[in-house]
Structure formats: structure tokens, C-alpha cells
Design a protein around this ligand. Sequence first.
Ligand SMILES: [Zn+2]
Length: 281
Amino acid sequence: MDAPYARLEVLEPGISRLLAHNPSAFTYYGTQSYLVGINKVAVVDPGPDLPEHLDALEVAIAGRPVIAIMCTHTHRDHSPAARPLAERTGAPIIGCAALALETAGPRADASFDGDYAPDGVLSDGEMLDIDGESITAVATPGHTSNHLCFAYRGALFSGDHVMGWSTTVVFPPDGDMAAYMQSLDKLRQRDDRVYYPAHGPAVTNPQQYVRHLTGHRMQREKQILRLVSNEARPIADIVANAYPGLDPRLVTAAGGSVLAHLLDLERRGLVEQQQGLWKAA
Ligand SMILES: [Zn+2]
């Protein structure tokens, strides 16, 4: 695959990108880590714990002080390199919270990095200083409950909340469709000029793109409501009808997104479930 693995791409002054070699049906060509800053840097989404990716990050950092290693969320393709990179550079891990496994009920799934242990957590609106410029946390729960985007000089590192190649997987119990939609609204009220997602190309028309994503989810919701309106159906049946010709590797993820919609609709009193069958309330 002709993707720029281990090749630093300078996107604009103070922002460069490094692609990790972890391509999959969920990560596109892989996870994109970002170096932010000029004389000092922050690393956004260090990525998977792959020695060649850590080596490439270290070369790109080129001995500059690393003020923080910042994760948007704690899926395994984003945060596992944080600790080894902290050991190599002496930088603190500051960004999203660890997932509250014990206190928040059964929220974990296999894709979570349970070893993630930040030195500092940013809440919505909190910022760090990089050479006199600020990088600011924008809380965007939905894809995961702990998801943050980071804003820097009109650019937004959008993690997996908004991606440049695919819609975002919202997989319950940690993924939450109502929270995701609210987080899309939150971005619509901002005026970022570009998004740099963890997967896929930069989004250069953020407002239009977020409106499109919101419309897509509302269409999906309508379609699901229509499917369960005169017949009680299991999720597998809804997926088969709503996603014709779906890549078999994505059937489970699509089932998760349908469940996320159904749980949201159930909370709003529009559908109900009996023995695994969903129907309009
Ligand atoms: Zn990801």
C-alpha cells in the first residue's frame, strides 16, 4: 500500500502528521499521530505501541521538548504508545481521562486500552501552552465517553469523533448516540477552519461536513424507525435492511450503531424492546 508510513508530512507551520502502520477496516491506512508546535511540541494521538512508529515519532520530535502526549480517547489504535513515548521523551501524558471501568458499570470492550494512565486530564475548555499558542480540549463524548478533540490555531484535531474517510462507529455501552449528536452540534457552533482526524484526510470544509454527518445520522434514525414501525425486528434484520451490501467485516460495528440508535430512541420513548425484538412504541 502506497501510504506514507513513518514519513513525516508537514501540513502547515507547527502541524505535522505521521501515519502508524496499523491499517484495518476500522483505521483506514492506520492511525495518524500529529506533532503540534515549533520549538516545543505536543504529540496528539501517539497511536499503537509499534516500535517503528515510536522510532519515527522520536526522529520527528528531533530532541525538542515535548510538553505533553495527548490522547483523544483510549481505543487501542490511539493511546498505547503514550507510555513508551513518555519514557523515551520524559513528557507527561495529558489529555482524555482513563475509562472509569469500576464506577461506570460495564463500559469496557476489547478495543479499549485498559493500561492507559494519564498524568493529567483536561476537561472541556482547559488548555496547555505550546510556545505561546494554546491547545484547548473540546469535550466530544459519543464515539467514546472520554473523547476529546483538541483545538490549535483554527485547526481541530478531531480524533475519531469526525473522521475524513468514514462515519464514526458509535458502539454501546460506552458509545452513545445522543452524546455523539450533541458533540456534532458542538462542533457546528465552532468556526474551526480545518479538521485533522486520526484516520483519513484533513476535512477542509468542517461546517458543511458536520452538517452532512448530522443529516446522515438523522436519515439512519428515520430508516430504523420505519423498519420497526409495523414489524418487531432483531438488530441483525435491521442491519441487513439498512446496510445493503455491507462489508462483512463491518457487520458487528453496524449492529453497534443500530443498537446505539435504538437505545437513544428508547430513551425518547419512540421504540421498545421485547426479547431481542425492537418495535415502535
Ligand atoms: Zn481510531
